[in-house]
Design a protein around this ligand. Structure first.
Ligand code: DAH
Length: 357
């Protein structure tokens, strides 16, 4: 017994880490360890012998167990000590300068648009950026063969080999959120949906990811007049001008009937955009009365309800309002650019505080 004691206390003292210590524990006091085997031998002893050996073996087991516990605590302490000395932080160093970043124009303009439409009773809805081709196309009255699918330079998601279901897409516009929202809330509904969209295109005014805001108002008596008033109110507040003039130009979108592209009267004197004056017209969005098939796809009865919808490029109106010449610069993460065009974190757009700079 004395041999066992010396052997295991020594092994415990030598164990270099918790794993080695565990091995020693199993060999000594584990179910099939040496001490357990010795205890089994008690049965073969005479009662006198057993009276001496039994308590001695129990005492040995206790002694080994407490040595194990003590060594384990020491190893944990040593590991912590080691970490503390290798991972240290000089808290006396001066703090890093704060306020280096700023709010990106896309975020700022999204907030501005949201504030204006919220004031007119529009809630904000969201949908996924990866969507099924049903939500992105079919439900919006763009069937499989429709040229709009090709025109949109769609990014398709890869399906596993042998999976013949139609692929998901990176949404090419925010219009699928119209369908998702109608499904969820039914009519009446009044929402905007700002968010990122994707098309394979890249030049001064196109990037593969950009941002749109969708608008949708469905009720019993919504007309083009409501659309026109809503958009005029928006443009007045957004560009901070009272005398806006909008031109509704007949157009075509599969998801609206009739459809109109909306232009804004403006001038570009000295390369400076002035809204509401001059003889130029600038296209700012697409819109129309929601197509009956689109209402039906959203689970709304087109015999009872009607509505208007519009879709506008957030980055585009940000470029116009803040005089930013190249869309690609929005997504280059250049801090110097952001310092120039960014907004202070406390510069929260509110209608009462004023939206323009
Ligand atoms: N989804 C269209 C696009 O990305 C924009 C658009 C046009 C949205 C007319 C609408 C709409 O809701 O009525 O080009």
């Amino acid at each position: 017994m004395e041999e066992l004691r010396a052997k295991y206390l020594d092994a415990i003292a030598q164990a270099a880490d918790e794993a080695a210590l565990e091995d020693v524990r199993i060999a000594a006091v584990g179910k099939k360890g040496e001490v357990a085997l010795k205890m089994r031998e008690l049965g073969k002893m005479s009662p006198e012998e057993r009276q001496v050996s039994g308590p001695a073996l129990n005492a040995l087991k206790d002694e080994i167990n407490s040595a194990l516990a003590a060594r384990k605590a020491a190893l944990v302490d040593a590991a912590l000590e080691e970490r503390l000395s290798s991972e240290w932080l000089d808290v006396t160093l001066p703090a890093r300068r704060r306020g280096q970043g700023s709010i990106h124009p896309v975020s700022q303009v999204t907030e501005e648009v949201t504030a204006i439409f919220a004031d007119m009773g529009f809630a904000v809805a969201e949908g996924p950026r990866i969507d099924s081709d049903w939500y992105n196309f079919d439900a919006l009255n763009i069937p499989g063969h429709h040229p709009a699918r090709a025109e949109m330079d769609t990014f398709y998601m890869h399906r596993a080999d042998g999976d013949n279901r139609p692929p998901h897409v990176l949404r090419t516009h925010t219009s699928p959120v119209q369908i998702r929202t109608m499904e969820k809330t039914g009519a009446p509904v009044r929402i905007i949906c700002p968010g990122g969209v994707y098309r394979a295109d890249y030049d001064q005014t196109h990037t593969p990811m950009f941002h749109q805001v969708e608008g949708l108002a469905v009720d019993k008596d919504i007309s083009m007049a409501n659309l026109k008033w809503t958009l005029e109110e928006f443009v007045k507040a957004f560009f901070n001008v009272d005398n806006v003039e909008l031109r509704f130009r007949a157009s075509h979108f599969p998801f609206t009937e009739p459809s109109a592209e909306v232009d804004l009267r403006c001038s570009w004197k000295d390369g400076q955009l002035r809204v509401g004056e001059g003889d130029d017209w600038m296209e700012i969005l697409g819109s129309g009365m929601v197509h009956p098939k689109v209402l039906a796809a959203g689970g709304i009865d087109p015999a009872q309800w009607q509505g208007f919808a519009f879709g506008m490029g957030i980055d585009r109106i940000a470029m116009l309002k803040y005089g930013i010449p190249d869309l690609r610069s929005f997504f280059e993460s250049d801090l110097r650019w952001l310092r120039h065009y960014g907004f202070a974190a406390l510069d929260q757009p509110t209608l009462h505080g004023g939206l323009a700079r």
